[in-house]
Design a protein. Structure first.
Length: 502
């Protein structure tokens, strides 16, 4: 607990001098050892996140039981509710209350030690504290969410590899349960291959594919789907257990339910994306290429990024709350983060995170249209930095000009270049702006990491373009986008104020 070591006097007892140490316990011997034992016993069980040291002009820093007020980490209403609960519990019995009447919402006061019915008060307080102590989430839930976010990071990379190897359309059916088992013998492989041969990708592009080639792309897509199933099981089963055991608060439970819904939606969206590449109309369309809709690809990747961000930030917040509850969060960091001048820096960080996400989605458009295979030089696009207007805006109908930003490969690549350059410029400005402030070491490390990862990501993007999208570089570039988003989100979280009254 965050309290200064101080000498405190209880009114009405000249001998009850008590030393309050840094742990919030009583070191000296009150008149009644029974009192000391019970006070220390229940004091250890007070949730630190609700507490703040108080000051009164009459008593100075007064005793812990006269200075603690319950506060809430998330909603102000909880602090008032808890204060009233405890005050009413203590006030059910008549005792001589000589404490300042303005302190009626305090957790305890000096009457607790002087009243003969102290055991009754202890029981009341024990019950209230035991009930309110349930209103925090165990840190294991936070570590679990961080682990699931790591699995989502892995499936994003694996999904990129599946796309780059053109394996995403190899499994033409969606069987969430029976699809777990791949073909086990030659006849089953032949059957799967015949199914694949009925669809546009084989007829338009892979008409000379052999069975061994098909097995390779099949296993790539199968591994991607199995990883998704593993994430689903790894999320649903622990979430159910934590919910039954009461490890999560109501607010965290709602978030976990929302994340579960988004996880299920992500699986359905993945199949919806694949279906767009299996459309028979592609065969009759001149100069068509069998590939998934780039709109659906962006939606699939975007929902994966949002799911990742939700689990990552929720996990970090739960772990941080646990440190505050246990009294292990550094007070010097809390004081620095309480600086009002950091408000603009926080907003700047949030805006940077949004820009990183937008740039990543524009990169998904580039991937969906194979726009990285044109204009393989940098910074020029042809003879100039900006390509000819006739290539940027194709078509004469002015009502369709907006579609160039999403359907025209030249415009899509140009937009991604502009967004990537803008993002790196903003990250650099954020880093320079951070030099004005005294920041905690962790925040300083994160802001330096954001700049470093941002420079690396731009370098990977340029290299991928110049070398015409080799798989290793393209895969590293996709992983780099999520790595950059991770560092920025971590920075945003680390900059949040700590709800501790200083």
């Amino acid at each position: 607990m965050f309290f200064k070591k101080t000498f405190c006097h209880f009114q009405g007892s000249s001998k009850s001098k008590i030393i309050l140490n840094s742990r919030g316990l009583f070191n000296s011997k009150p008149n009644n050892k029974y009192h000391q034992h019970h006070l220390n016993y229940y004091l250890k069980r007070v949730p630190t996140r609700f507490c703040s040291s108080g000051y009164n002009s009459l008593f100075g820093y007064y005793s812990l039981f006269g200075s603690i007020k319950f506060r809430n980490l998330n909603s102000p209403s909880l602090s008032n509710r808890l204060n009233n609960k405890l005050y009413n519990s203590l006030n059910n019995n008549n005792y001589n209350n000589n404490v300042n009447k303005n302190l009626n919402n305090e957790l305890f006061n000096n009457g607790l030690l002087n009243n003969n019915n102290h055991y009754h008060y202890h029981n009341n307080v024990k019950y209230v504290i035991s009930q309110e102590r349930k209103n925090y989430t165990k840190p294991i839930v936070g570590y679990w969410l961080l682990g699931i976010s790591g699995l989502i990071f892995g499936i994003v990379v694996l999904g990129g590899l599946t796309r780059l190897t053109e394996s995403g359309l190899s499994i033409v059916e969606w069987k969430p349960i029976t699809g777990i088992i791949p073909p086990m013998n030659s006849s089953q492989w032949e059957e799967e291959f015949k199914k694949y041969q009925q669809f546009p990708e084989y007829k338009l592009q892979n008409y000379d594919m052999t069975l061994s080639d098909f097995k390779y792309i099949y296993f790539m897509e199968w591994a991607h789907r199995m990883w998704g199933r593993m994430i689903g099981i790894g999320f649903i089963l622990p979430a159910t257990y934590f919910g039954i055991r009461g490890y999560m608060t109501r607010s965290v439970t709602k978030k976990v339910i929302g994340l579960a819904g988004l996880l299920g939606f992500q699986g359905v969206l993945g199949w919806y994306m694949v279906k767009s590449g299996l459309d028979e109309k592609l065969i009759s369309t001149p100069n068509s290429v069998a590939r998934v809709s780039h709109y659906r690809l962006v939606a699939h990747l975007g929902s994966a990024f949002l799911l990742y961000a939700g689990m990552f930030l929720t996990g970090l917040q739960i772990i941080r709350d646990a440190k505050i509850i246990n009294g292990t969060f550094p007070m010097d960091v809390a004081k620095i983060l309480a600086n009002p001048a950091l408000k603009r820096f926080r907003l700047f960080s949030i805006g940077t995170a949004a820009l990183v996400f937008l740039t990543s989605m524009s990169g998904a458009l580039v991937a969906g249209l194979d726009a990285g295979l044109i204009y393989n030089e940098f910074p020029y696009m042809g003879q100039n930095i900006i390509p000819p207007k006739s290539e940027l805006f194709s078509g004469d109908d002015i009502n369709n000009l907006w579609r160039n930003f999403f359907d025209n490969p030249t415009t899509v690549q140009f937009d991604h270049r502009v967004l990537a350059t803008t993002t790196l410029t903003v990250i650099t400005a954020l880093w320079l702006y951070s030099r004005r402030f005294n920041l905690p070491p962790k925040v300083r490390l994160l802001i330096n990491s954001v700049l470093g990862v941002g420079c690396l990501q731009v370098t990977l993007g340029i290299s991928t373009l110049i070398y015409m999208v080799p798989i290793p570089l393209a895969l590293a570039h996709q992983a780099g986008s999520l790595t950059l988003l991770t560092t920025v989100l971590h920075l945003v979280h680390a900059m949040r104020k700590v709800p501790i009254k200083l």
